[in-house]
Design a protein around this ligand. Structure first.
Ligand code: ADP
Ligand code: MG
Length: 397
């Protein structure tokens, strides 16, 4: 789960990390009062969406020469005016995809004098199974280019969970970032705060880009992006409260309400599968036969008829879906439960596209009988490749 910059900054502040003062605005009428609470002389108006690249982003239907999602202003009324212009519009950045994201909240923040823009991130390094620091002197808006063109300018190392964060980690970062004097001390302290926050809140990712050296020589977190391990949210009610459902894919949101492992994809074949491994294999074999999966969906081991019905409804609600492949290997999951769910869902929402069903394992005969007796127009398949071939053929002809 991701959160907004302003929420991440509030968390950073609560761990003692240096961030600017700011005010969140959700309605244009509030903007002037909000900006008035800040000192200036520069007010920065920042669109809050769960995507980076806002500074270089563009609003849909932007006027000629109109700035992106981060704007520097020089008075309270100018800040309020820019906030008003952003609210409710769609911002497109290289991270949002072409559809962009609607701006429902704008953060007005005190402007900082910037001497240097640095890059810093903490993430879970899957290779070492440890938390890693990543940093670079080349912070700011083009870190992806830096990573591609000059990867040597990015330093990365992981922290041994037994020792945890140690001051020498912070000094290593400070020297890599070419910090001097008091900044080294500030860096050692700040990295400790970030590591503590990362561990205590079960983060997946914490990115500060840019981390700046201000014009008076202090470190400050100017941008913040944070993601949390969804499997750990049950023990972080405070973090869960920060969830902004308007930022999530509606189908994924619905799936999460039913505890389904669902990820929306771009293809044309909807998949309903049990087990993540089989789901991956099903996606692979769909590609092998020349089509693309519309989703990843693992209904899990102990799925009920209701859960299966809901999963089927989510798949059919995707207008890109031109055919559905149900691929179940009944182990803990019983084939008859899946069959009942599919039949119930089709009764409720209808079936406008071809449906291929492959059932194998526990209660397979019962499951097949339920489907046969339902009168549904189902194409039966015997094994994985037969199923994939049949659904691709049904969709592509
Ligand atoms: P994004 O990464 O989404 O483009 P940032 O918050 O990193 O958004 O802002 C983009 C750039 O805008 C920063 O690299 C920085 O140069 C400038 N900026 C952002 N916030 C401030 C601020 N409070 N004061 C001065 N400049 C800022
Ligand atoms: Mg940034």
């Amino acid at each position: 789960m991701n959160i907004h910059e302003y929420q991440a900054k509030a968390l950073l502040r609560s761990y003692g990390a240096p961030v600017s003062d700011g005010q969140i605005v959700t309605r244009a009428e509030e903007a002037k009062t909000a900006a008035g609470k800040l000192d200036g002389p520069v007010w920065v108006v920042k669109a809050q969406i769960h995507a980076g690249g806002r500074g270089k982003g563009r609003f849909a239907e932007a006027e000629a020469g109109e700035k992106g999602g981060v704007r520097l202003t020089r008075s309270v009324s100018e800040a309020a005016e820019e906030a008003r212009k952003m609210l409710g519009r769609t911002l497109v950045t290289h991270q949002t995809g072409p559809a962009g994201k609607q701006v429902g909240r704008v953060y007005i923040e005190e402007g900082s004098g910037i001497a240097r823009e640095l890059y810093l991130a903490l993430l879970v390094d899957r290779q070492t199974s440890r938390v890693a620091f990543v940093c670079s002197t080349e912070g700011g808006m083009d870190i992806e280019e830096v990573a591609a063109a000059t990867p040597g300018k990015i330093l990365s190392f992981s922290v041994d969970p037994v020792t945890g964060y140690q001051p020498y980690h912070g000094r290593r970062i400070a020297f890599a970032l070419e910090l001097e004097g008091q900044q080294v001390k500030q860096c050692v302290r700040l990295m400790g705060q970030l590591y503590k926050l990362f561990m205590e809140k079960d983060c997946e990712m914490l990115e500060i880009n840019p981390l700046i050296v201000t014009d008076v020589g202090d470190l400050k977190c100017l941008d913040a992006k944070m993601g949390f391990d969804s499997n750990a949210l049950y023990r972080h009610e405070d973090i869960l409260a920060l969830r902004d459902e308007s930022e999530e894919d509606p189908k994924e949101l619905q799936a999460s309400r039913y505890d389904l492992n669902y990820i929306a994809l771009e293809g044309e074949i909807g998949c309903m599968v049990n087990g993540a491994g089989l789901a991956m294999a099903t996606m692979d074999i769909i590609k092998l036969y020349g089509a693309e999966p519309a989703n990843f969906l693992d209904v899990g081991g102990g799925a009920t008829k209701e859960k299966v019905t809901e999963a089927f409804k989510i798949i059919t609600s995707d207008e890109n879906v031109k055919g559905i492949l149900v691929n179940i290997f009944g182990g803990i999951m019983r084939c008859d439960v899946i069959a009942e769910g599919v039949v119930a869902a089709v009764k409720e929402v209808g079936l406008q596209v071809p449906l291929v069903v492959r059932l194998e394992g526990t209660n397979v005969e019962k499951g097949k009988a339920i489907i046969n007796d339902s009168g549904l127009n189902v194409i039966a398949a015997d094994n994985l490749s037969d199923a994939a071939e049949k659904i691709v053929k049904a969709v592509k002809g």
